[in-house]
Design a protein around this ligand. Sequence first.
Ligand SMILES: [Zn+2]
Length: 243
Amino acid sequence: MNGARHTGLLHDDGIRAMRVDIRAIAAHAAQVHGLGEVAARLQADALAAAALLSAYLDDTERLTLQLQLEQPRLALTADVYDSGAIRCRTTPPTPRDAPMLEGILFVLKSVRGREVYRGITAVHHDDLGQVLQDHLHGSDQVPARVRVRDGIGVFVERLPGQAEDVDLDAVLEEVWNGLEGGEAPLFWQCTCSREKVLTMLSTLGDEEIQAMIDEDGGATVECNFCRTETVLGVPDLQALLTS
Ligand SMILES: [Zn+2]
């Protein structure tokens, strides 16, 4: 379940280009979440979009892309870490298809668990590449092009005052087929752990934990992102009680 992000400068360093290939990651993620065709396509587009945006991470540890769509009715969260680790969740698995995307896009950047940036873009577009282009540059005088499709994402940007005679659409087509340049790994990996589950449960309070012990004889917690189940027995839960 690996992918890659390539970045490079083209046309006498006047055009910055980026290409991500997350096809294997998207296929795996669709399988993990049991997605039908519509949700799988949107999830692949969102993962490619998040992987492109993560190139702007700099000192950011995590980039989160959230889509809350009315059309098709779907909620999606994709996280990309500075290591290249990617995870996502999408519900429901089989929404009804829609001719256009309608809803809201959130882009969040976090450092050490603290949100340091939040961008909100209204979604009323044919596809996610157009949404991303609006998010990055607004809708006027766009010096950049974005396309995400089938697990591939491409971003090309004219640097200020450079390569003014170069057709960005032509560069996009060129880069779509491949880009030589710096390579960074992208891979499917969740950040959940047994310790995090225990920390989360410890915030519930004794009454609720005691109820899990008495009524359920333990607890099973499934991660929304990777579907891994953490099974806790009575001794695990008893250790969380504060009195
Ligand atoms: Zn997980």
